[in-house]
Design a protein around this ligand. Structure first.
Ligand code: ATR
Length: 278
């Protein structure tokens, strides 16, 4: 019997997950179907949609905006990454159990290390923003052995609070929080934009001197072309400027391996989804 999976979000039309999982299923010979579910944003809308999908025999679900905290509440068992992120982006259904995972940060780290061929170990990392996307990235970045992690946010107090909250789980990595305006004298090897600034028309203001020679500038969003953050990085002389398409593919591969027990090769999907940032 064909096993059923889906991605749930609102909006959901734009989602690339069916395409990615379709490529993985074909390449690994898995008998599975993967669809899109439009969740209702009314109270209980997420749970109703997922209950119905499970009742029809659904085996697992990827979760995107704005349901990652609903999925966190829905899960009966959480991975350490999901627990720390306070959000779930993949669910697996097993005889009454609902397992929740968050593969976003793991996908980010895999993209940087495996696809871009860069080391995180020993590097100085700057992450912009102190919301859900940052929360999801911290543990995997710390596990990868960053030398130091600075969280910089428009609202400085939120960055400080998050750094303090995360410190006990930081695997010995020094974690600091500050305002976006406190970066003038600091230089970083890896700079991640995890703010939602790239999604709207608002620009993101940071000092162009944060990029060390040869630094990576990485925007966690995808499909937005050269975002204001990436433009700023390029104008500052940054030679490696990338968006989050590789992260999207890698988190999907993690979910696929978790569900199916087979790790797909991601190169084909990354190549098919990568578009030049102009
Ligand atoms: P997500 O779950 O995607 O991280 P979020 O929890 O709403 O979304 O967090 C959005 C983050 O983007 C916040 O850190 C926000 O900064 P504030 O805490 O100061 O609101 C940041 N952000 C959004 N627009 C921004 C902008 N134009 N410049 C700088 N930071 C911005």
């Amino acid at each position: 019997m064909t096993d059923r999976y889906a991605v749930i979000g609102n909006p959901i039309d734009h989602s690339k997950s069916p395409l990615i999982h379709g490529l993985f299923a074909q390449a690994t010979g898995q008998d599975m179907a993967y669809s899109k579910l439009l969740g209702e944003t009314t109270p209980g809308g997420f749970a109703r949609a997922v209950d119905a999908f499970r009742a029809e025999g659904g085996r697992g679900i990827n979760v995107t905006v704005p349901f990652k905290t609903d999925a966190f509440a829905y899960a009966t068992e959480l991975s350490p990454d999901a627990q720390l992120a306070g959000a779930v982006n993949a669910l697996k259904f097993e005889e009454g159990r609902v397992l929740g995972q968050n593969f976003d940060g793991i996908g980010l780290v895999r993209d940087v290390q495996a696809n871009l061929g860069l080391s995180i170990k020993g590097r100085r990392v700057l992450i912009l923003g102190a919301g859900g996307a940052t929360r999801g990235a911290l543990l995997p970045l710390a596990r990868a052995g960053a030398n130091a992690i600075v969280i910089a946010n428009r609202t400085a107090d939120k960055a400080r609070a998050l750094a303090q909250d995360f410190a006990p789980n930081a695997h010995g990595v020094a974690v600091q929080g500050c305002g976006l305006d406190a970066l003038e004298d600091q230089v970083f090897d890896l700079v991640f934009n995890a703010t939602s600034a790239s999604l709207g028309a608002e620009s993101l203001v940071i000092s162009p001197s944060v990029f060390a020679p040869g630094a990576l500038a990485y925007d966690l969003v995808y499909g937005k072309g050269l975002t204001p953050f990436l433009r700023l990085a390029r104008d500052a002389g940054c030679s490696q400027v990338v968006d989050g398409v590789g992260m999207l593919v890698e988190q999907a591969a993690e979910a696929f391996a978790w569900w199916r027990g087979v790790r797909p090769d991601t190169r084909d999907a990354v190549a098919k989804l990568t578009v030049p940032l102009v």
